[in-house]
Design a protein around this ligand. Structure first.
Ligand code: PLP
Length: 357
């Protein structure tokens, strides 16, 4: 089957096969990776190698620390301002469901300003350039480069001057190369494009680590996690290990430049099929802000939704039901989805439209 689900986790078959093969005897330890000590040499070597691989994939220099944390992206909606808002207000740019949620939760611990929002247009694009009201004194500007539910993606970065950019990249990190030097802090739950749930990747400019107030308890402090190389307490060992295999797999595929080419081609094929369907299918997002990773689409006749889902599942195309917030369908095209899978979906959609149009 080809799995178009938005998560949790989209993993390449090669990675899953390796996990299966190593399940009872990891790395010659005679035990599963879940059972060995996270303070033992084997686990520590894996952890160090995974950080090295991630740094090479994304071109992360020494100015940024890399953390392997827990709590899901939602916990970091709150933990980020706890660590780096340092009493100032923070700007939030809202381009979909998750950015709105991040702003709402952050407002429980810091002063939040909505610097721009596309809520009025129903999150079908980015706020118009003239509508961004960035505060040059903000602690940071928070963006959600890919909105997983609305399928809205920022294909460029705003100019925020000296104000650090904080990005929730939960559904887009590792889908293409990034200029890490443009970001103050990036966080991403693993369970979309990276690995199993339980792990959160956080890439933070080291100078921002010193912003944490003295009153912040140690377990919430990014500076303490960085000082302990993410081993302050027991990490999500299994998710970390699988994610490390994904980093290796990405390097074998030719790195993020190669993934970007593939991901762009997959998305282009699906949008072309939707736009070329004579209105049988539609995607309502501004073409300039369409996501490469999550493609929501509606059928002209919503009465056919359940038939579409049943027939597509029978054809081995699973996980296409749209998020309840927007309804319709959604095809997620994370790194693990192949062009062959997208080809089968496009063929199925054309055939379905012929039979039901
Ligand atoms: N941010 C984005 C962009 C997401 O797609 C999601 C989950 O789908 C979240 C945050 C929430 O992540 P978690 O469930 O790990 O808290």
């Amino acid at each position: 089957a080809f799995n178009f689900s938005a998560g949790p986790a989209a993993l390449p078959d090669a990675v899953l096969e390796r996990v299966r093969d190593e399940m009872l005897d990891w790395n010659g330890t005679g035990a599963s990776v879940m059972e060995v000590s996270h303070r033992g040499a084997a686990f520590e070597a894996m952890a160090a190698q995974s950080e090295q691989d991630l740094r090479e994939l994304l071109g992360i220099g020494d100015d940024h620390a890399v953390l392997f944390l827990q709590g899901g992206a939602t916990q970091h909606f709150v933990q980020v301002p706890m660590n780096i808002a340092h009493g100032a207000s923070a700007d939030y740019v809202i381009t979909g469901h998750w950015g709105a949620r991040a702003a709402k939760l952050a407002s429980q611990v810091c002063s939040v300003r909505i610097a721009a929002s596309s809520a009025q247009g129903g999150f079908r694009g980015l706020p118009a350039a003239g509508d961004w009201q960035l505060d040059r004194n903000a602690a940071y500007v928070h963006i959600t480069p890919n909105e997983t539910i609305h399928g809205v993606e920022m294909h460029g970065l705003p100019d925020t001057g000296a104000v650090p950019i904080v990005a929730d990249m939960s559904s887009t990190l590792l889908s293409r190369p990034l200029d890490i030097s443009r970001y103050g802090l990036i966080y991403a739950c693993a369970q979309k494009n990276i690995g199993p749930s339980g792990l959160v990747l956080l890439i933070v400019r080291r100078d921002l680590l010193s912003r944490a107030p003295d009153s912040l308890p140690e377990i919430f402090r990014y500076d303490r996690h960085a000082a302990q190389r993410s081993l302050l307490n027991t990490p999500a060992t299994f998710s970390w290990y699988v994610s490390a295999l994904v980093f290796r797999w990405l390097r074998e595929q030719g790195g993020l430049q190669a993934m970007a080419q593939r991901n762009q081609a997959k998305a282009a094929a699906l949008y072309a099929a939707i736009d070329g369907s004579g209105g049988f299918y539609r995607n309502e997002v501004d073409p300039a802000a369409r996501s490469w990773m999550n493609v929501p689409f509606q059928l002209r006749d919503p009465g056919l939704d359940s038939t579409f889902l049943a027939e597509s599942a029978a054809a081995g195309l699973i996980g296409l039901k749209g998020h309840r917030v927007v309804g319709g369908m959604r095809a997620s095209l994370y790194n693990a989805m192949t062009m062959a899978g997208v080809g089968q979906l496009v063929d199925f959609m054309a055939d379905f439209a012929r039979r039901h149009g």
